[in-house]
Design a protein around this ligand. Structure first.
Ligand code: GTP
Ligand code: MG
Length: 167
């Protein structure tokens, strides 16, 4: 089966790990345990074609982001996660996109921008429109998700596979 490497990137605490585990095995935890680096594999079928997704869950906390250059080089597709509770995390996602373009030396990179924690509507600081605007600017896909309820989580990874095939 073809194998694709999906790299989860974004600020600390935005929900990269919970989105990953929700997709991989359905798990969600309220506890925050900062990641250094973890990887997971899952077989999936998209548009009647099976493949294996190798998902690399990376660190958002400053002290661990030294690995980022290598992680970007190794990725076929990138999920850029921010929290709808923080404008700063959207700015950071946009900055990471620029770093991906530099590192890959092209703008033709499969990226899905994800505004997570959509279940926390009362604490929203970033409108869906602002997220979409950034996605348009970087030429990426866009979803708002909740790792807690599972809203749109599967769709993010399906979109990754479609984008990988498109590029
Ligand atoms: P780093 O590994 O440090 O980069 O953080 P991360 O991006 O992996 O964040 P993580 O998935 O560990 O989630 C951080 C905190 O946010 C945890 O307490 C989660 O329970 C919570 N969280 C993650 N996703 C959601 C979500 O969709 N909704 C809500 N309400 N909480 C979430
Ligand atoms: Mg994590």
């Amino acid at each position: 089966l073809p194998e694709y490497k999906v790299v989860m990137l974004g600020s600390g605490g935005v929900g990269k790990s919970m989105l990953t585990t929700k997709f991989i095995n359905g798990n969600f935890s309220e506890d925050y345990d900062p990641t250094i680096e973890d990887s997971y594999r899952k077989q999936c079928t998209v548009d009647n074609i099976s493949c294996v997704l190798d998902v690399l869950d990376t660190a958002g906390q400053e002290e661990y982001i030294g690995l980022r250059d290598y992680q970007i080089r190794s990725g076929d597709c990138f999920v850029l996660v921010y929290s709808i509770q923080s404008r700063e995390t959207l700015d950071e996602a946009e900055a990471i996109a620029e770093k991906i373009f530099q590192t890959k030396n092209t703008h033709e990179v499969p990226i899905v921008l994800v505004g997570n924690k959509s279940d926390c509507e009362d604490k929203r600081k970033v409108s869906q429109q602002d997220g979409r605007r950034v996605a348009k600017g970087i030429g990426s896909g866009f979803y708002e998700t909740s790792a807690k309820t599972g809203q749109n989580v599967e769709d993010v990874f399906i979109q990754c596979v479609r984008r990988i095939k498109h590029f």
